[in-house]
Ligand binder design. Sequence first.
Ligand code: NAP
Length: 280
Amino acid sequence: MRIGFIGAGKVGTSFGALLKLKGQEISGYYSRSQKSIEHACEITGSTPYSTLEAVIKDSDWIGITVQDDQIEQVVAEITSLPQYRQLCQSKTFFHMSGATTVDVLKPLKTDIFSLHPLMAFPSYKTQLEDWSNTFITVENPNTSVRSWLPKLGLNTLEIESSQKVKYHTAAVVASNYLVTLMDFAINELEFIGIDRESGFKALLPLVEGTLNNIQALGTKKAITGPIVRGDVKTVKSHLEALEPEPKELYRLLGRHTLQLISEANPMMVHLLEEDDACQK
Ligand SMILES: NC(=O)c1ccc[n+]([C@@H]2O[C@H](COP(=O)([O-])OP(=O)(O)OC[C@H]3O[C@@H](n4cnc5c(N)ncnc54)[C@H](OP(=O)(O)O)[C@@H]3O)[C@@H](O)[C@H]2O)c1
């Protein structure tokens, strides 16, 4: 079975490289720019295609690994190809978006599924070593997809299309908002003269230890700090020291943290619920 890609970006290139490593045959790549095509083909030792027809014709499965907003456009381009029915008849198409359902591929009127790696790809660097413990989530698999997945050596999750919004929300909170939280913490250290790199290094063992605690104890028992202890004075001093925007985030997170605690201190609840206008 030959697998080709439309969209030679971060995910298409990295996933193609993983597939090659796992002994899968990669036909090649078609993309918007020649530069991206050449880069992906060099990494995967596959064929550069200059047209959509060519990559589809030469592949049994085709991954549409363009930006989410572009998937519909690519599908429309495929369905407007002359003799597209004949071209796509025995082909299987998939995309790799966590937010978009497989429905976007339905106009192709052939076998379709979606695959979403629970992993962040901030750059073109192929993170082959990072794939080892990754979960890949499949939507709408048929029997041949189900029997192919174990060959990738990844952890697999299966979800319904109707569950995709909640699923992707979880992925965004765990990955993107962790970056936002780290930025918040690093900013506070930078404010007192600790440069960003040193700040991150100092915070990293704390974060890793916390993740280990969550793994060992679950979220409710892993929570420590002034909110659990009921140290109202400490939380008050944090709020007084924060600028308005991070203060709002601190309060919001504090209120969510209260939900993890069985008996919250009423003064703490009040402190985290009131806004600055009420305090004056
Ligand atoms: N990045 C992540 O962390 C991540 C994680 C999990 C899943 N995903 C999913 O993976 C998919 C790809 O994301 P990505 O981060 O790899 O995006 P990306 O790096 O921006 O790559 C998208 C690629 O598609 C090409 N492209 C765009 N429109 C096209 C069109 N009309 N025809 C042909 N090629 C086109 C781009 O063109 P050029 O040829 O101009 O480069 C680019 O190479 C998305 O569905 C995304 O949701 C991303």
